[in-house]
Design a protein around this ligand. Structure first.
Ligand SMILES: [Zn+2]
Length: 437
């Protein structure tokens, strides 16, 4: 079959300036020609998509996201999402122009990714963190979440051999953030039936780190828990430290695996894990992807300084699309994102998860271009050819619109980069789910 996309403004993924009024010719699963005219003379191709005023660009490649399989969720191995939510996550990405996604939950198997790609047009691949300590940490360590089953006991080697394109996401457990965000609040909920916020949990943790029993007792009674539970809280705190120690060991195994197998390593980068990421970059250079370098950091100068340091060691600097244009739970403002972009410190854009309500990557590129932080073509490059190059086995022959490339394509409505009108996967136009958010 020969399909023509006519009259589009081409943003080809390489960072080259947009070209107006081109025709993209798709034959079978490939782009076979890019013609510099509004419509080729007497072409017999059918169907024809009249894309005048809209953009045509490579399908977006998302190298860092969660919740796309029925495997364990997140690096901690939480029980999987149900089918409907997995499908909703996949739909959300597809309507945002994503055609390939790397699920970096860590324990999902290659076969669980295949299963997702069987019921959805999006190409889903999975990264691996099946190291011995990581499996032990998630199944027997304090706070094991119960999502990791016998069928997930693969090895990193087996995962890579069966097509996993990267190792990761390694490192979140090392970040004290997890204690505040999940471990302490979850324990309080199950043990006392009390809800504590992340900020309240952090106050308790800091008091325990200082050995301040009186302060812990005061905080507990302030949160509606008997101050007689002070010693029990110190026990909980000890358990979180034990948990982090195991997380650290499993992270070191992941770094060693990236070195042994020469595959990319996706790391959880926040101020809490910066030193670890810097150490890994020192050792592994361009194999390290410093994930979501705009997460949990609110000072643009500080974010730029850290990104520059990691970049100098050869790491790829990734930012997450976040939620600054919608929920604002993770990113109250786009300031850090725009600063990193305008300083030219960003190599890759992904979504991460943002609690399941991430902004479209194309929207971030569009808003950043409007704000003058970056050009449209540079924004598109960071989510197409750049991730294809950073993670070579993720989306081979994709990420650029050029003759010979696989025809994973996005066509937008006139004028707006993020207003996705049509998506092609391997040369076939796929049906876009109705957006109901
Ligand atoms: Zn992540």
């Amino acid at each position: 079959m020969r399909t023509l996309i006519i009259g589009a403004t081409l943003v080809d993924g390489t960072g080259a300036p947009p070209r107006e009024d081109v025709t993209v010719v798709v034959e079978d699963h490939l782009v076979t020609d890019v013609v510099p005219r509004r419509a080729p003379y007497y072409d017999r191709g059918a169907p024809v998509i009249d894309a005048r005023g809209g953009f045509v660009l490579p399908g977006v490649i998302n190298h860092h996201v969660h919740g796309l399989t029925r495997g364990p969720l997140m690096i901690v191995g939480e029980p999987p999402l149900d089918d409907a939510r997995v499908r909703a996550n996949l739909d959300r990405l597809l309507t945002q122009g994503v055609t390939t996604a790397l699920n970096v939950d860590g324990f999902a198997t290659v076969e669980e990714a295949v299963a997702s790609s069987r019921f959805h047009p999006l190409t889903v691949k999975v990264a691996t963190l099946h190291t011995p300590t990581h499996l032990q940490w998630a199944t027997e360590g304090p706070f094991s979440f119960g999502g990791v089953k016998g069928r997930h006991r693969w090895t990193v080697e087996k995962m890579l051999g069966r097509g996993a394109p990267a190792i990761g996401e390694a490192g979140p457990g090392v970040d004290a953030h997890w204690s505040d965000y999940t471990l302490i609040p979850e324990t309080f909920r199950s043990r006392y039936g009390v809800r504590v916020t992340m900020e309240e949990a952090r106050e308790l943790r800091l008091a325990a780190e200082g050995g301040d029993r009186a302060r812990v007792g005061d905080l507990l009674s302030g949160y509606g828990v008997d101050p007689g539970e002070t010693e029990a809280f110190f026990g909980l705190h000890e358990a979180t430290l034990e948990w982090r120690k195991l997380a650290r060991k499993s992270l070191e195994e992941a770094i060693a695996a990236a070195k042994d197998f020469d595959d990319p390593l996706v790391l959880h980068h926040t101020p809490g894990t910066f030193e670890v990421v810097a150490g890994a970059a020192e050792e592994l250079g361009g194999r390290v992807i410093a994930g979501h370098s705009n997460f949990q950091i609110h000072d643009p100068d500080d974010a730029a300084r850290r990104a520059k340091e990691l970049r100098n060691k050869g790491a790829w600097i990734d930012i997450m699309s976040g939620d600054a244009f919608s929920a604002r739970e993770f990113h109250p403002t786009p300031d850090v994102t725009f600063r990193l972009l305008s300083d030219g410190l960003v190599d890759l854009i992904s979504t991460d998860y943002a609690g399941g309500f991430w902004d479209p990557m194309l929207l971030v590129a569009e808003k950043a271009a409007e704000a003058g932080a970056i050009s449209i073509q540079e924004g598109v490059r960071l989510m197409t050819s750049a991730p294809a190059d950073a993670v070579p086995k993720l989306a081979p022959d994709r990420g650029r619109v050029a003759p010979g490339a696989v025809a994973d394509l996005v066509v937008t409505h006139p004028g707006r980069l993020s207003d996705v009108r049509a998506v092609f996967v391997s040369g076939r136009r796929v049906e876009l789910p109705h957006r109901d958010w």
